[in-house]
Ligand binder design. Structure first.
Ligand SMILES: [Zn+2]
Length: 246
């Protein structure tokens, strides 16, 4: 049986700066930040020919911490191969394009804002390795467990592959889905109803009920933690589109 959770690298690992108790490389400019299929930090250097913080194998095949699986209603979804701790980092990546170049094409629904004036990241050019495009949106009883950050890989006018850093917001159990909030406007624009996406085999992180929150509050003696910001919603796409249309 394989490991249940991501493992620390152990002695002799070439990357000397680690995070998450040795479970992830913390030198993205030098080492691959992915995990192997056995749940250990990759020991290879990043591919120098590309701006992404992955070795060639993990860029092409995806991070071993995740896998893409078929879903009865949502096409394909992304699930955890191991228990993944909060704080684990990965990258939403693809080919850098202009907004215009994705209009009316497949990439339009998946493209994400790159740097300011840098256009968008179109992940649909790499369906196998660029795993984050398969994240679902949490339904009414579910909540997101991934968020984007403002760390980018690649220059504003990079010719080729670029990425945006994503981070796991809550511990995600093995086989649970990775979920990102698309925003209400995504659904409104397409006339699609939001539904719960969790299944028995691939559960989703559930929303906290009022009782859960009260229990937590009662347990917590200290005031609200400094980092308790509301989840980031990536509104930049909409803004860029509006700017582009103006
Ligand atoms: Zn690697």
């Amino acid at each position: 049986m394989g490991a249940m959770e991501l493992q620390p690298a152990g002695p002799g690992h070439p990357c000397k700066r680690m995070r998450l108790g040795g479970r992830q490389n913390n030198m993205p400019e030098e080492f691959c930040m992915a995990s192997t299929k056995s749940g250990k930090p990759c020991s290879r250097r990043k591919d120098e020919t590309c701006a992404l913080p992955f070795c060639q194998a993990h860029r092409e095949g995806g991070d071993g911490a995740f896998r893409i699986v078929p879903h009865p209603r949502a096409g394909h979804v992304l699930v955890a191969n191991f228990d993944i701790p909060r704080g684990y980092k990965t990258v939403f990546w693809g080919t850098r394009k202009t907004w215009k170049a994705t209009e009316g094409k497949e990439g339009e629904d998946y493209a994400m804002c790159f740097r300011s004036n840098g256009g968008v990241i179109d992940p649909t050019t790499h369906k196998r390795g660029s795993q984050m495009q398969f994240m679902s949106n949490p339904g009414p009883n579910e909540r997101q467990n991934m968020r984007s950050t403002n760390e980018f890989y690649g220059k504003t006018y990079e010719d080729g592959l670029v990425g945006r850093e994503f981070v796991v917001m809550h511990d995600v159990k093995k086989n649970h889905q990775l979920l990102i909030w698309y925003g209400y406007s995504w659904f409104d624009a397409r006339g699609i109803d939001r539904i719960d996406v969790g299944t028995k085999r691939y559960p989703a992180t559930l929303r906290e009920t009022k009782d859960d929150k009260d229990t937590k509050k009662a347990k917590k003696k200290s005031p609200v933690a400094k980092d308790a910001k509301p989840p980031l919603r990536d509104a930049t796409n909409e803004r860029e589109k509006m700017n582009a249309a103006a």
